[in-house]
Design a protein around this ligand. Structure first.
Ligand code: NDP
Ligand code: HSE
Length: 440
């Protein structure tokens, strides 16, 4: 058998601990698959591992991740600390400069610096892998990079954040509060160290930025993503969606058309019965539309076990000597991303308005929509559970009714203009809620 592959691993949190556990537990099976032994020889960690059943007594501790990355005793540096800046970035750079390959689960780092890091890896002729950075245990990076190399992809989209899908599912199915569900997602090890990345849509944006590059062969442009999180989604929206035949999911979507590449992240209504609508809890789903076929991959998107499975799969590839370009082609062959502006996005919309209960309100709303050529598929007045003003007396000063509109396909621009005009008329008691509808 060839020499063992020697690993240095930094970060012993949820993913790091689970990775070490898998490396130790499956040592023989991994060696058989890789054709050589895989040995964890050194680690860097601020604290003892989250999992106190791991025995690290025979493994060398190195004080700093950067020193570990450059350590001559390792072949591959495994970065599981997280964060787009240092020490993650400087340690990955140090590893490449020392001639070591890198495996990471860090989507924030890849979304921000992935292309320049891939270039450095290329210059030093070392491998660079990040399967775990997108959709946890689902092998979507490999699928886009290698499996779909012969297809022309037009759209890649899906549920890419386990925390948000867990929260939305729990709210919709169990009627639990947003805050309570988030706390549980954190306890289960799904959420980022700062959960704003999850609920604000930024983590999904990091992932769709990476998928865009792999799907369309472009450089990553994470500043060209329209981002909305799930903070404003209420039980009222989830109930209305259910009544209308939809589920609400936080989707990341990248579409390539003649107008450029549209990248967006926002809560989305998807028809009940579609594959995406039925994906619940921490599960993720990534759908790919291409000239050859459509496919959807489903699996656990977060948590130590699922994520470490992807990290270890990358390590096995490196141990076996399987080398690929990190983004599916040499960095110099990645094109520039031409951005399709969000204002030109076309699709159906769900709009929930807290409309003041007074004569002429409905006519005003309908007129302003018509002014922008927006056709309405349905208008539904829903009973409001807690009227902010005016009690239950329709017509009382300040009383409002919840009006839900579903539009036929229109543009983002038209919807924004119509809503601004309606707000200007002074007929709304609250800011409108807008959720885009996605064909799936
Ligand atoms: P955790 O916060 O659980 O773990 C990160 C670990 O890195 C912590 O133990 C932290 O120590 C340690 N660390 C931070 N800075 C240093 C440093 N300077 N030196 C040594 N150790 C350090 O995060 P996760 O395990 O959840 O995530 C790790 C990476 O995997 C992130 O990039 C994340 O985005 C990604 N990921 C996570 C998934 C998940 O489900 N959790 C899924 C897919 C990807 P301390 O706590 O003391 O700061
Ligand atoms: N916080 C992320 C999620 C981890 O909830 O999906 C997996 O990338």
């Amino acid at each position: 058998m060839a020499e063992p592959l020697k690993l240095g691993l930094a970060g012993l949190g949820t993913v790091g601990s689970a990775t070490v556990r898998m490396l130790l537990r499956s040592r023989d099976e991994l060696a058989a698959r890789a054709g050589r032994a895989i040995e964890l020889v050194a680690y860097a960690s601020k604290d003892p591992p989250k999992d106190n059943t791991i025995d690290l007594s025979k493994i060398r501790k190195v004080e700093s991740p950067v020193a570990l990355a450059a350590d001559p005793g390792i072949d591959v540096f495994v970065e599981l600390m997280g964060g787009e800046g240092d020490p993650a970035k400087s340690s990955v750079e140090a590893a490449f400069k020392a001639g070591h390959g890198v495996v990471t689960a860090n989507k924030a780092l890849i979304a921000k610096h992935g292309v320049s890091l891939a270039k450095l890896a290329e210059q030093n002729s070392v491998p660079f892998s990040f399967e775990a950075a997108v959709a946890g245990g689902i092998p979507i990076v490999k699928t886009l990079r290698e499996g779909l190399g012969g297809s022309r992809i037009s759209r890649v989209y899906g549920i890419l954040n386990g925390t948000c899908n867990f929260i939305l599912t729990q709210m919709q199915k169990e009627g639990r509060s947003f805050a309570e569900c988030l706390k549980e997602a954190q306890k289960l090890g799904y959420a980022e160290a700062d959960p704003t990345f999850d609920i604000g849509g930024f983590d999904t944006a990091h992932k769709i930025a990476i998928l865009t590059s792999l799907a369309f062969g472009t450089e990553i442009d994470s500043d060209a993503i329209y981002i909305e999180g799930i903070e404003s989604i209420t039980l009222a929206d989830l109930e209305a969606a259910d009544d209308l035949g939809y589920r609400v999911k936080l989707l990341g979507v990248a579409v390539c058309s003649d107008g450029g590449i549209e990248q967006r992240v926002h809560p989305t209504m998807v028809p009940k019965g579609s594959v995406i609508a039925e994906i619940d809890g921490v599960l993720n789903a990534v759908a790919v539309d291409s000239d050859m076929m459509e496919l959807t991959l489903v699996g656990p998107g977060a948590g130590g076990d699922a994520t470490s499975s992807a990290v270890v799969a990358d390590i096995v590839d490196l141990a076996a000597g399987r080398k690929v370009h990190p983004f599916g082609r040499p960095v110099g062959k990645l094109g520039k991303l031409s951005r399709a502006p969000m204002q030109r996005h076309e699709g159906g919309y769900y709009i929930r308005l807290a409309a003041l209960d007074r004569p002429g309100t409905a006519a005003t709303i309908a007129r302003r929509m018509a002014d922008e050529n927006i056709s309405l598929e349905s208008i539904m007045q829903r009973r409001r559970k807690g009227r902010p003003h005016g009690g239950d007396n329709p017509g009382a000063a300040g009383a409002s009714a919840s009006v839900v509109l579903i539009t036929y396909a229109t543009t983002e621009d038209a919807v924004r203009r119509a809503l601004a005009a309606i707000e200007k008329e002074g007929v709304l008691a609250e800011k409108p809620q807008v959720i885009r509808i996605e064909k799936s």
